[in-house]
Design a protein around this ligand. Structure first.
Ligand SMILES: [Zn+2]
Length: 420
């Protein structure tokens, strides 16, 4: 009997973990963490026989629980080469900055890293017992993958986080050639249509140029992995001529990117963009750099700490400056409050923000149209399960695929176990 067990990441974003089991093998797809308002939480840890783990990408909501598996057990963990380096960076940061007790530390990380096996896109890995894994480029962040699992009885396809649209940094996702029997599909933006990428880029570049020409500076708070470097590539592609700076963990992520050229759509563009940017090197530089008209790209993307919060305090009092947010801002974060109320509170007191603030929707996930197209392509599947989205988004995607396109789609529940 073949089963799929939804351990986490259903009707929510966080703690992604899905287990495929039959008599001979168990394949765990992702094992992430959830960041709520309280302590981080992890999916239920179960220990099936012959466990193999496959990781779609480095984001902590997919990878943040992996060391936990090694607290009292072990298993081979398959991932792409760049994902291996990125999880080292992100997991270390997670352990370092966590204000809460975590059920693992450096020791479990080391045990995890000893069991990592590197896979190439499109090259099937034979696990024995008739099970194979194939990683397909998912276009979401460098090294991200959708994963196909073929067992003796079923062909599974798990999208992971997926973007079918090409960006400056990455190619769009590869879709499986063989049609799957069982699909697990992310739903993050099932209810949101993205504007065309070229239009968003144009508006962003115009916003930057206008601010610089009027003598102002631009702060771009951006996620360290992928979004910061994507913004640099956009500025390079559009030949924006002004001093551009890069700070925070985005520099470390950029160093990792430079070691893995094959994961990028246009590596020379990335290399030139990173070369042209000035990488912040000292505290003194941080204190004075925003005095001239420039673009500063720095984490955190939602202004929860990081050097971005420090730069914002330096520029917020002058209307000729601009803050350009380049990713979704979760309600309640300093970035969202800034966007809605034009105030900034980083714990040092509430300050009115005179600088202009604008949001640009540079998403790394498929939007509504792309998700529906993906789902329709799997209309022959025996089952399609929607996951990784707010409850409404997962249900909307499943219902729309079922009613309008005849797909046997269903929004999975955490802890649900389905026999196939
Ligand atoms: Zn992700």
């Amino acid at each position: 009997m073949t089963r799929i067990h939804f351990l986490g990441g259903c009707k929510t974003i966080g703690s992604s973990a899905y287990l495929i089991e039959d008599e001979s093998s168990s394949v765990l797809l992702d094992f992430g963490v959830s960041f709520g308002s309280s302590a981080p939480s992890f999916p239920k840890l179960i220990r099936p026989r012959n466990l193999t783990v496959a990781l779609t990408h480095a984001h902590l909501d997919h990878s943040g629980g992996l060391p936990l598996i090694f607290a009292s057990g072990a298993a081979p963990v398959y991932m792409t080469a760049i994902t291996r380096e990125l999880i080292r960076l992100l997991l270390k940061d997670f352990i370092r900055i966590s204000e809460y007790y975590l059920p693992f530390e450096e020791y479990e990380m080391q045990r995890l890293f000893r069991r990592i096996k590197i896979v190439q896109y499109d090259e099937p890995v034979d696990l024995g017992n008739g099970t194979t894994l194939t990683f397909l480029d998912a276009g979401h962040i460098p090294g991200s993958a959708s994963i196909q699992v073929e067992t003796n009885t079923h062909r599974f396809y798990y999208s992971g986080d997926i973007n079918t649209t090409q960006t400056q940094l990455l190619n769009g996702a590869r879709i499986p050639r063989k049609s799957p029997d069982v699909v697990v599909l992310e739903s993050t933006y099932a209810q949101t249509c993205h504007d065309p990428r070229s239009q968003i880029e144009k508006e962003f570049v115009e916003g930057v140029s206008d601010t610089i020409e009027s003598g102002g500076s631009v702060l771009v708070p951006a996620f360290a992995v992928a979004r910061s470097q994507e913004i640099l590539c956009i500025l390079e592609k559009h030949r924006v001529e002004c001093p551009i700076y890069l700070d925070g963990m985005a520099r470390e992520a950029a160093r990792i990117f430079l070691r893995h050229p094959t994961f990028f759509r246009d590596y020379p563009l990335l290399r030139d963009a990173l070369k042209k940017a000035n990488w912040i090197r000292s505290k003194r530089q941080r204190e004075s750099v925003m005095e001239e008209a420039c673009v500063m790209i720095a984490p955190a993307g939602m202004l929860r700490g990081g050097t971005a919060a420090m730069y914002l305090r330096q520029i917020l009092d002058d209307a000729k400056n601009a803050v350009m947010l380049v990713g979704f801002q979760i309600p309640g974060t300093p970035g969202r409050i800034l966007l809605e109320d034009h105030v900034f509170d980083d714990g040092l007191g509430l300050q009115k923000v005179k600088a202009r603030v604008k949001l640009f929707d540079f998403s790394s996930h498929a939007g509504q149209d792309e998700l529906l197209d993906l789902g329709k392509a799997f209309s022959n599947a025996q089952n399609l399960f929607t996951v990784h989205g707010e409850a409404e988004a997962c249900e909307f995607l499943a219902t729309t695929l079922k009613e309008q396109h005849g797909v046997n789609a269903y929004a999975a529940e955490t802890d649900q176990r389905i026999e196939l």
